[in-house]
Design a protein around this ligand. Structure first.
Ligand SMILES: Nc1ncnc2c1ncn2[C@@H]1O[C@H](COP(=O)(O)OP(=O)(O)OP(=O)(O)O)[C@@H](O)[C@H]1O
Ligand SMILES: [Mg+2]
Length: 265
């Protein structure tokens, strides 16, 4: 099957959400495999928002590059991005994500959100289904998870500019399980709301049972290694020091809460 009047051959369905379908496609001119996200019904409007945001976020490691976009004959918007591997929700169904890896995922996402927030954009739908890996496996050394681009934040359909009037005032949009307290109240949202949702996602990833001795050993090793990596990176990032320290503090707060939740469980 081909996307009409385009360069893309549709290979298989690889995902779908509330209003969209995602297909693996092949660029006919160079045989490159890519991902196509297309509206289920025309003129939903969310994909237009996403295209705009992806343009503004272009060049950030960890945000999929917008390769192409347009409308089909029946006026459904579509966009094309690089093909990623799996989302965290699907990974969780099959395998256990170690505390070590969870903290590395958290740190990578804080770094991605820092870049997104610098552009004045809020994601507002942080959830495991919207966090993907660009490689086949999550159980790899932590340095690999921390490599820019390994963790990818997708789905900017609900994102907003900071201070922009909400699409629907006082109406809840997003995912109940990971929404911040302000989002539940339908209040104006800010940078901290993305970080709060990230915390709920990371706690969700840890919601599994294993031996308490393993927890301490794993936690000590994980935090030690990440602190070493942070210290090395901090030296390289002197220019952006104030902003960087702010987000590092968020990471330390978030990892402490995860550890407490883990110990209480
Ligand atoms: N670039 C990609 N490569 C591979 N799979 C992808 C890609 N983009 C999205 N997917 C898959 O498709 C699923 C749905 O994508 P996305 O979240 O963008 O759609 P959505 O309709 O906006 O979802 P929802 O409204 O439920 O949040 C993702 O969870 C993921 O599994
Ligand atoms: Mg989604």
């Amino acid at each position: 099957m081909y996307l009409q009047n385009s360069n893309y051959k549709i290979l298989q369905n690889i995902g779908s959400g509330s209003g969209h379908q995602v297909f693996q496609v092949q660029n006919i001119s160079n045989s490159q495999n890519l991902a196509l996200k297309i509206e289920k019904n025309s003129n939903l409007g969310q994909l237009e928002v996403e295209i705009q945001k992806l343009k503004e976020l272009s060049g950030i490691n960890g945000i999929p590059q917008l390769i192409d976009y347009g409308k089909t004959k029946d006026l459904k918007s579509y966009l094309i991005t690089p093909l990623l591997q799996r989302n965290l929700q699907d990974i969780l169904k099959e395998s256990f994500i170690s505390l070590f890896s969870t903290l590395a995922i958290g740190l990578s996402l804080i770094e991605i959100l820092q870049q997104v927030h610098k552009k004045g954009i809020l994601h507002l739908d942080i959830k495991p289904e919207n966090i993907m890996i660009s490689q086949p496996y999550i159980n790899v050394p932590v340095d690999q998870i921390l490599t820019p681009g390994f963790i990818q934040l997708i789905d900017f359909g609900l994102s907003q500019k900071l201070g922009q009037k909400p699409f629907l005032n006082k109406v809840f949009v997003g995912s109940l399980r990971y929404a911040s307290r302000q989002a539940h109240k339908g209040n104006k949202l800010g940078y901290k709301d993305d970080l709060e949702s990230l915390l709920y996602v990371l706690v969700y990833l840890r919601d599994c049972k294993f031996l308490i001795t393993d927890i301490f050993r794993e936690a000590a090793l994980g935090i030690l290694k990440i602190i070493i990596i942070l210290t090395i990176r901090n030296k390289k990032n002197r220019r952006n020091k104030r902003c960087y320290i702010q987000y590092n503090n968020s990471f330390l707060k978030i990892s402490s809460i995860i550890l407490i939740v883990q110990i209480v469980y």
